[in-house]
Each structure stands twice: as C-alpha cells, then as structure tokens.
Design a protein around this ligand. Structure first.
Ligand code: ZN
Ligand code: ZN
Ligand code: ZN
Ligand code: ZN
Length: 209
C-alpha cells in the first residue's frame, strides 16, 4: 500500500522501489530531503550510490532487490537483515549499517534451504527457521519472500519479522503475497530495462551514432 507518510521511492540507478519507512528514509533529516520529493529529485539506493550493481548478499544466494551495506563493507539484502535474528542495524531509525557480528560464523551453511530451486545453493548463506513451534523447516529469507512465506509487519509492529513454512502458512495469504511479489518484480525489471535503455541512448548520442 502507499500513503503520504510512507511513499514508495524508486531508485534512479537500478529501478528498485521501496517504502520510505522500510528503507529507513525519514520525513526529516538529510536523507529524507531527497526522498520526500522523489518525483522530482533523483534518489539512489545504497548499492547504486556506492556504484555497485547487483551485489552478492552475504547471507543468501539470491540476486536483486534492495541492499544495505554492512559495517564491514559487505552487502546484504535489506529483507535478510530484517528477518535473520542476530543481525542488527547500528542505526535502527534509518535502518543502516547492518552488522553480522552477532551472527555465529557457524550459521553459514549449517541448514539447507527447503525452498532453493537450485540445490547447489541450498547450503549457502544463513537460513531462518519456520516460526511455528517445533517445526524444523529452514529457508533463506529471500526464498521465503518469493514463496510468500514472510510475515508482513505493519508500521507499528516492527518486531514481527518471521517466516512460516508452507504447512504453517495460510494458503490464501501465500497466494496474495506471491502475487504482490511478482507484480513488484515485474515493475522493478521494467524500470530497470527503461533506465538501461536510456543509458544506452545517452551513450549512442555521446559517440555520435
Ligand atoms: Zn539502485
Ligand atoms: Zn539476502
Ligand atoms: Zn533458498
Ligand atoms: Zn513450519
């Protein structure tokens, strides 16, 4: 959804879009001064700002989406940072500078993702556990996102970041979330393609073609 206090901003570098509040963009302050006038002023996600296209997430095998740079300079998906326990953000308000410091290094590759399409990737990164008691289902956050298995915390409820396996999720909700995710992916790809085409055109002009 979108309302005035929580506008969707689109990155002018890669086309990714995000709710202001989900990305830690606030109404007041320096970051927000770019963002609240998103229609007129360009806005760039952290990866594009850093000149990095499609970083590799440190904690999952999937590519694309919104990234945040960790305190050590690595990259993780924003969503991975929010849903993996023990990943915290130095600046909670702005949701910046996630740290993997509290994550045990043994977490990497410890559990196999039950959702990974390519089983080669199932043991890369860090999996979360189905939040239903005693359920032993594990999955990557981004795999769960695509499969419609992540909770959708509302704005007052930032604590409620968890995932449920297919068995423990409501079928209708899965369907709805998957549809939303696909719609989001589609417009992200379309915007990305448009930006790329514009860049291509600029290049042709520059070389006089
Ligand atoms: Zn971007
Ligand atoms: Zn990730
Ligand atoms: Zn996976
Ligand atoms: Zn479960």
């Amino acid at each position: 959804y979108s309302d005035h206090s929580n506008e969707i901003v689109e990155c002018d570098g890669c086309g990714v879009s995000v709710h202001e509040s989900c990305y830690g963009i606030q109404e007041s302050g320096s970051v927000a001064s770019n963002a609240s006038s998103a229609c007129t002023e360009p806005w760039f996600c952290e990866a594009c700002m850093a000149g990095v296209s499609q970083p590799q997430c440190e904690v999952c095998p999937n590519i694309g989406g919104i990234y945040k740079q960790t305190d050590t300079g690595a990259w993780i998906h924003l969503v991975c940072g929010l849903y993996i326990p023990h990943i915290s953000f130095f600046d909670q308000e702005r949701i910046t500078r996630p740290t993997l410091f509290e994550l045990n290094y043994q977490s990497w590759g410890r559990r196999a993702c039950t959702l990974c399409r390519n089983i080669k990737f199932a043991r890369t990164g860090v999996c979360i556990e189905c939040d239903a008691g005693m359920c032993k289902s594990y999955f990557h956050v981004t795999c769960a996102q695509e499969a419609g298995l992540l909770s959708e915390p509302n704005e007052d409820d930032h604590e409620l970041f968890f995932g449920h396996c297919k068995t423990h999720s409501d079928k209708e909700q899965i369907r709805k979330r998957k549809k939303n995710w696909l719609t989001h992916q589609l417009s992200y790809r379309q915007r990305g393609a448009i930006i790329e085409a514009e860049r291509e055109a600029d290049r042709s002009i520059a070389i006089g073609a």
